[in-house]
Design a protein around this ligand. Sequence first.
Ligand code: GDP
Length: 326
Amino acid sequence: MVLRHQQRILPRIYSISSSSLPTFQFNLSFHSPFFSISSSSDVAVAASVATKSHLAPVPKQLQLDKPLHPPIPDETLLEIPLDKLFVPPEVELPSAATSVARGRVLKGSNIVLGSYSRDAQVSTAEFVKSSTCTEDCPADSLPDFALVGRSNVGKSSLLNSLVRRKRLALISKKPGKTQCINHFRINDSWYLVDLPGYGYASAPQKLRTNWDGFTKEYFLKRETLVCVFLLIDVSIPPKKIDLEYAGWLSQNQQIPMTLIFTKCDKRKKKKNGVKMPEENAEDFLNLISEYFQAAPPWIMASSVTNMGRDEILLHIAQLRNYWLKH
Ligand code: GDP
């Protein structure tokens, strides 16, 4: 297999500006179990969804599983304006709002599904190595998808959920490995990369700064890095350190980023201003919106119910297949 070395997907994806999206004036709402889209217009549009060949339906292989999580009621869904959708490269939004409705946007996310979303299933996963600097990372040019987040955000649980192995991520929790870049090879064709967590309350300040510098160097230097998944715990309100991390990634425009909202199953009774996960997610998106020209992709997830697992894998598949082709 011939892989390209110096290709980073971000400039192409993120060059899609919101102004290139059509403006819609429809007074319609579409609801799917995890996604709703609303807009306004005086034109009556049939609710049947017009499709275009380059917009792919969710592949059957990932639909065959019985539902992984109970449906979430419509009222808990984020409303996603069309200009807040993430449109992958080489996907054009058709000129009718209905075309990107139901079935074209990954559940519980703002990600439009394109034609590159094949081979999403994980069949093999193996730990490859722990590296203490970017130069030591595997040199076989397979694409990297990196997970990063505050300590306790649910990074290990998500990694295990993605590969359907209960304890794989324990490897990177072993002494000496928590501060390393840990590579896991998936299907012999791509890497899930477990990066050191940040914001350890108990670590000395000097050590914390070291980890940050070390991880950021990986982001900037790793040429096979296709996407960084920044994990945000939405069972709690937005934290300053997470907002700063997202801000730093946005300033370094060549680093492609996807937000994974974790612990979406934690739904506390609403009292004393305690917010639901989707409200915390919305607050986070609003707070970082000024950093981004175009909306970054985001997915809601839970490692307890496996919500978001298939969607993350489909998103990875379409980024990966596009990256390999270009
Ligand atoms: P890490 O430090 O980021 O690797 O976080 P872990 O995966 O070790 O998880 C930290 C804690 O959060 C553990 O107690 C997990 O059981 C819990 N946790 C992780 N993911 C979820 C989730 O999706 N939902 C809930 N309710 N708890 C979670």
